[in-house]
Design a protein around this ligand. Structure first.
Ligand code: PLP
Length: 356
């Protein structure tokens, strides 16, 4: 039976990426060696790294003055690297979910941190609006897509201080105005590659302004200067990312994928809104994520939660259990998820409604 992969991360990758990485495991770039055993200093891998960086710049229209790096440590390491490299005294955070809360907490180790607004009062089921960012902060940090709760900040914020974004779960899903941001980071395992690598886009002129000593490996300048080759980078994950970036480019880039993502999300949200058994957890349509779509059983049908999960699984729908802090269901509809998989889930929801 065909499996439909709705996991939140690590998550579905394009078939193209899987096919190309299988090829690369056998023979990487005609080297006669596997990508798993080749030196990161080989000319073949240096070309792969440079091509990956160039593709990121091209697809996201990264302006001059910005650098792209690939490093290990996950998005979670960026929670510390951002304040270490950028906060001299004070920073501000928009607390819109669990990852945002973790980033906020980590920053407190390095100085004064202002919670500009939080949606914790309603279990993070909306994006706060009309908040005021203090003008005396070194930066303002947002999480563009809240993977666990299913909300998304669809407009690039307009602020007068350097803007930092965790885009782990919606990077490459739509265009972003990179020029509005000073740092953008994203763990690869949602929309790009297998786990193990994190992409960071950095505006160079925001660096070098803090007085604290920064450990070499945690200093952005180290990785910029060494073109992501200061130490051994996650070679395999970068190679896989390169394949996904090529796939995305061939498909027409982020505008083309955005169109598909809007279409996919609409199919599923329409069914959640229509089906009497389910309710969406995010009521405000404007705040609804196009990447992680959360829903729970309607009040009169709570006892059907487990049976629905089992029914869906029996039909090949994988990975829709909601995060424990939300419950219910979460369908992740990342770039690589085909529309047919969304349709398969919707068909299962309709069939389950009929049976109950
Ligand atoms: C998954 C996720 C993270 C954590 O990523 P790691 O690479 O596991 O550290 C951080 N932020 C967001 C928005 C995420 O979706």
């Amino acid at each position: 039976m065909k499996k439909h992969n709705f996991y939140a991360g690590p998550s579905i990758l394009p078939q193209y990426t899987l096919d190309k990485t299988i090829e690369g495991i056998k023979d990487f770039a005609g080297s006669g060696l596997s990508i798993l055993e080749i030196s990161h200093r080989s000319k073949e891998f240096i070309a792969c790294m440079n091509d990956s960086i160039a593709l990121v710049k091209e697809l996201l229209e990264v302006p001059a003055g910005y650098q792209v790096i690939f490093i290990g440590g996950g998005a979670s390491m960026q929670f510390a690297m951002v304040p270490m490299n950028m906060m001299e005294k004070k920073s501000a955070y928009l607390v819109t979910g669990e990852w945002a809360s973790k980033a906020f907490k980590e920053a407190k180790m390095f100085g004064e941190v202002v919670e500009v607004a939080s949606s914790k009062d309603k279990n993070f089921n909306y994006i706060p609006k009309n908040y005021i960012v203090p003008s005396d902060v070194d930066y303002f940090h947002v999480t563009t897509n809240n993977t666990i709760f299913g909300t998304e900040l669809k407009k690039d914020p307009d602020v007068k201080v350097p803007l930092i974004a965790d885009m782990s779960s919606d990077i490459f899903s739509r265009p972003f105005d990179v020029s509005k941001y000073s740092v953008i980071y994203a763990g690869a395992q949602k929309n790009l590659a297998p786990a193990g690598v994190t992409m960071v886009i950095i505006k160079e002129d925001v660096l070098g302004k803090v007085t604290r000593p920064i450990p070499t490996m945690l200093d952005y300048r180290t990785h910029i200067k060494a073109e992501s080759m200061f130490n051994t980078p996650p070679v395999f994950a970068v190679f896989a990312a390169q394949q996904t970036l090529h796939w995305l480019k061939n498909l027409g880039g982020v505008k083309a994928i955005q169109k598909k993502n809007i279409e996919k999300a609409a199919i599923l949200y329409d069914e959640i809104d229509r089906n009497k058994l389910f309710v969406p957890t995010i009521k405000d349509v404007e705040d609804r994520s196009l990447m992680n779509i959360c829903f729970v059983m309607a009040d009169n049908y709570k006892e059907l939660e487990k049976p629905f999960g089992e029914f869906a699984k029996s039909k090949g729908i994988i990975g829709i259990e909601g995060h424990r802090s939300v419950g219910g269901f979460r369908a992740s509809t990342y770039n690589a998820l085909p529309k047919e998989s969304v349709q398969a889930l919707v068909d299962v929801m309709k069939e389950f409604e009929k049976n109950n």
